[in-house]
Write a protein that binds this ligand. Sequence first.
Ligand SMILES: [Cu+2]
Length: 164
Amino acid sequence: MGAVPCSAQCFIWVFIAMLLLSLLLIGTLFFVVLDYGVVVKTDGYHPNPAAVGTTAPFADPTLVRTGPNAYPVHMLAHLWAYTPSPLHVPQGAAITFYLTSADVVHGFQVQGTTINMTAVPGIIGYVTYSFAHAGTYNIICNEFCGIEHQSMIGRIIVDPEKRT
Ligand SMILES: [Cu+2]
C-alpha cells in the first residue's frame, strides 16, 4: 500500500494548522515581552562611552534622595569594577539604578535579587528595586569582559531601616 496523496482540502487544513501555530507563537512572544518586561528599559544614550565617567550625571555617582522614597543612582561599569562601590542604600527604599558602561559590555547582576542587567556602552538602562533585607549584596559581572572578568565584583550595602 502506497502513500495516500494529499488532496487540495488536506493542504488547506495543513495551512490553517500552521497559520494557527504561527499566530500562537507570535502572540506568546508579544505576551512574554510586554507583560514580563523582558525588554530592558532604556533611559537614554550617550555618544562617547570613554568620556561618560567624567561627564554628568555619571561623574558624580552618589545616591541622592529625590522623593519620599525615591533614590536614583548612576552606576558605571568599567574594566573591571563598578563605580560607586561599595554603595550604601537604605533598606526598603526604591533604588533606581541607571547603568551604562565606559568601555565594553559588562553584566550587572545583584546576587539574591532579581536585578540582572547588561551594561552596554552608549546606552543607559535602568531598573528600580527595593531591598527588603539589610546586608551586603554582591554585584557580579556575568558577561565575559576581559582578563580580570572574574574579579569584577561590586558591593551594595543595605543599611538597616532606622526606626524612631
Ligand atoms: Cu565581566
